[in-house]
Design a protein around this ligand. Structure first.
Ligand code: SF4
Length: 324
């Protein structure tokens, strides 16, 4: 399957100061470190991991919202140009972002209709009447009524606001939506509705989703492939059913064991000791070894490469076969 989005060896480094000024020293923080994946049209890649693991930075790098330090992003075979250039703006139309907080993503002073039509106005697409027609059709496509057109964001529920964010993102006919925690700010009862809407839109429009979420059950439900990130790197990637049933990386094991299930009593919870290390002080060898119950001497000195296992998934662990 040809990839719509190709991400190769992507990295983002920040120079930071450790300790209080003026005594602190300069240090390098690898927020994203050698991340690679492909995403075909009409498919969903779920990106999971603890806060600070690099998921959102990866999303911003993909969209060109943060300059890359190394690696490449290609969309439809074209390399992503430097942000702000006319060619970047043209390519950006094909990739839109859906944020976690719909109220924060919308302008409270503007009516729903104006905000939904705004992308067409910014890109100078169509006549006013055509923009109006398209906005009304888009409201209908996301399950809102025509009377919502003249309402303001604060007059609507969280689920309705997220539908407006989606309608606005779809006005430029994108091929890729980067969804950063798109349901986590919504009531549980509304989350399933928004996820069902995303799935229906994908089916109808052939959209590709880069879906970032803490909710592993939801990620499993929507994703065709899942990538697990730890300290800026992908540590396991593959088919969701296989990855969730028999995780090959101890970090994935711990994440999966924390998913609440009806059969929870039968599943042994893997509790990781300690906190994730400071990315500025990345442990030597396998960065996960201070928290890993399977760590060996080799793990403390040799960083495992992300390699393909016999079942087709990828894992960055020396002992992945035995663990899976
Ligand atoms: Fe654990 Fe070693 Fe695998 Fe790292 S390489 S996850 S320390 S077993």
């Amino acid at each position: 399957m040809t990839a719509l989005l190709e991400v190769s060896n992507l990295s983002r480094v920040y120079e930071v100061r450790r300790g209080a000024w003026p005594f602190g020293r300069q240090a390098t923080l690898h927020a994203v470190d050698g991340v690679s994946f492909e995403l075909p049209a009409g498919r969903t890649l779920g990106l999971v991991g603890e806060s600070g693991c690099g998921k959102t930075t990866t999303a911003k790098l993909v969209l060109g919202l943060v300059p890359v330090t190394g690696g490449e992003v290609r969309i439809g075979g074209e390399s992503l140009p430097a942000a702000g250039t006319p060619s970047w703006r043209a390519l950006r139309r094909r990739m839109q972002m859906v944020y976690q907080d719909p109220l924060g993503a919308l302008d409270r002073r503007l009516s729903v209709g104006r905000q939904v039509m705004e992308p067409l106005a910014i890109h100078d697409i169509g006549k006013p009447a055509e923009r109006l027609d398209k906005a009304l059709a888009m409201l209908d496509a996301v399950g809102l009524a025509q009377h919502h057109f003249d309402r303001f964001p604060h007059e609507l529920s969280g689920g309705q606001r997220q539908r407006i964010v989606l309608a606005r993102a779809l006005m430029l006919d994108p091929q890729l939506l980067v969804c950063d925690e798109p349901i986590s700010a919504l009531d549980v009862s509304i989350q399933a509705q928004v996820v069902n809407l995303l799935l229906a839109l994908q089916q109808k429009l052939g959209l590709a989703y880069l879906f970032i979420s803490h909710d592993l059950r939801m990620v499993r439900q929507v994703s065709h492939e899942v990538a697990v990130m730890y300290l800026g790197r992908i540590v396991e990637q593959g088919d969701p059913d296989r990855l969730f049933a028999t995780p090959a990386h101890p970090y994935t094991q711990a994440l999966v064991s924390a998913i609440p299930t009806h059969a929870r009593a039968k599943r042994q919870r893997v509790v990781l000791p300690g906190e994730p290390p400071n990315p500025v002080d990345r442990p030597a060898g396998c960065a996960f070894h201070p928290r890993c119950r399977h760590a060996t001497t080799r793990c403390r000195v040799e960083a495992p490469a992300l390699r393909i296992l016999a079942d087709g998934r990828r894992a960055a662990c020396h002992n992945a076969e035995q663990i899976a």
